[in-house]
Design a protein around this ligand. Structure first.
Ligand SMILES: [Zn+2]
Length: 477
């Protein structure tokens, strides 16, 4: 009789074969005679290919055993990280020096940033006052698609049909500007989505948009960030503008910037089909990948993403494209999304909070060292986690997944990368070695060219050498 461990290993190996078979089906479908649009991979086809049956199916006891082994690995990694830490974070917590520590800590890269979501209060107010937009209230309310709370919608409705911003009373102007940010506390994703209906009023032209990028970039550089990957609507027409933004930010601030072209979960498949074909024609050193974004509830990864991701994966396999793939998956919605995103060819996951609910896919992701872009404050404020102390980021890191920290939409949440660092330190037992690991992970798992990565890694390591020696000196005084 083989022992339990051998049986579990055998079942996992069989499961990985099924995972690979599912990806092969997808790649075949991408080049099949009848294209994705007419002949998508159905949920039933997908699940029956993935399911292990009969004696090979995972039992409750297998899953318990797998979780228990993962817990043991997490515990061993925690102890190792504590031994390797040259700075004692416990002392920093006790002395109340967390903010000061995070201000000075090198951050490496931010891999999960939406440019329009970076707009902060000062910039929003100055742009709206300068551009004095015409507010068409009924259209604006319709655009929020019921995402606002009833009292908010009633207040907006009472402003009437249309008005110039400058014609509002001072109090109304202030309240209108408050809609550019998420109200305090936690909110459903639909309320967050409604914010984007307002943000458009700030920027009028390319120079306004550059100002939003520049304000964010100045803050990021001040906070110790060396590289940013933005997810945004890079299309054939907008690419030159984004290239110019990246060139200016590097020349003016020394910040290296790249872009992932976004696919919206709300767009129909035929729109994704057009978008992906046009994207595959583009060549730019600044355009490094694709990302799928939007509310995951009722927009599962398989059904929403297979066309774009299957097409890009197939193009990469055949040498036609070099685009990388990341995907928002496991923030909300179907718990199978992190698994399906990986099988659809995503190299990184955005958020990935729900990955932990599926210990088999978590094991797969650990084996493959799948990078996870973590945004703690976003996850708390949009209810991806109920309690920050239960956030899985550190368990992922300790299982060997190259986790890194980012801010998602720091303007809307009125946060920044320093707050993410503080949140990590105050809500978990993260060690200094692990904070440093996350900063290096962010560079290593970016979609930058290898020569850029090597240069950035050297820069960040030098920042850490300086940080550690200054820290040692100040700790002695
Ligand atoms: Zn995001």
């Amino acid at each position: 009789m083989p022992c339990d461990a051998a049986i579990l290993a055998e079942k996992l190996a069989r499961q990985w074969e099924r995972y690979e078979a599912a990806q092969e089906l997808l790649v075949r479908r991408a080049v099949a005679e009848r294209p994705f649009l007419e002949n998508p991979v159905s949920r039933q086809e997908w699940e029956s290919l993935l399911a292990l049956d009969g004696e090979l199916a995972f039992t409750e006891s297998d899953l318990r055993e797998l979780r228990s082994r993962q817990r043991a690995r997490i515990e061993a990694a925690r102890a190792k990280a504590l031994r390797e830490s040259v700075i004692d974070l416990a002392a920093i917590r006790t002395r109340g020096e967390v903010s000061r520590f995070c201000e000075r800590l090198p951050k490496g890269a931010m891999l999960h940033v939406h440019p329009s979501g970076t707009l902060n209060r000062v910039t929003a107010e100055s742009l709206v006052r300068r551009n004095d937009p015409l507010l068409e209230i009924p259209e604006l309310i319709a655009d929020t698609e019921g995402g606002l709370y009833p009292d908010e919608e009633a207040w907006l409705g009472a402003l009437g049909g249309q008005a110039r911003f400058s014609a509002l009373s001072a109090g109304d102007q202030e309240r209108f500007l408050s809609f550019f940010f998420l109200p305090p506390g936690t909110h459903p994703f639909t309320r967050f989505d409604a914010v984007f209906s307002f943000i458009g009023f700030a920027a009028d032209d390319a120079e306004d948009r550059f100002q939003i990028f520049r304000d964010f970039a100045e803050r990021a550089v001040r906070e110790g960030v060396s590289y940013v990957e933005f997810t945004t609507g890079v299309r054939k027409e907008s690419l030159p503008q984004f290239e110019l933004i990246a060139q200016r930010l590097e020349a003016e601030l020394g910040l290296v910037v790249r872009f992932n072209s976004s696919f919206s979960r709300r767009s129909p498949p035929d729109k994704h089909a057009k978008q992906v074909e046009s994207l595959l024609e583009l060549q730019s050193p600044f355009l490094v990948g694709i990302d799928l974004l939007g509310n995951e509830t009722e927009a599962p990864a398989l059904e929403t993403a297979q066309l774009a991701y299957g097409t890009v994966l197939s193009a990469v396999r055949s040498g036609r494209s070099r685009l990388h793939r990341t995907q928002h998956a496991g923030e909300l919605g179907d718990p199978r999304n992190p698994r399906d995103a990986l099988l659809l060819g995503a190299e990184r996951l955005g958020h990935g909070v729900k990955l932990e609910d599926d210990p088999v896919t978590l094991e797969y992701a650990a084996l493959r060292a799948t990078p996870i872009e973590i945004n703690l404050i976003s996850n708390l404020r949009l209810r991806a986690v109920e309690d920050m102390r239960n956030h899985p980021f550190l368990r992922y890191l300790r299982l060997g997944l190259p986790v890194s920290l980012s801010t998602d939409d720091e303007g809307i949440f009125e946060s920044d990368i320093n707050r993410e660092c503080e949140t990590a330190i105050t809500s978990s037992d993260v060690t200094y070695a692990e904070l440093k690991r996350m900063a290096l992970n962010s560079i290593d798992t970016s979609f930058a060219e290898s020569t850029d990565k090597a240069r950035l890694r050297e820069k960040v390591l030098e920042q850490f050498r300086r940080f550690e020696s200054e820290y040692a000196a100040s700790a002695r005084n």
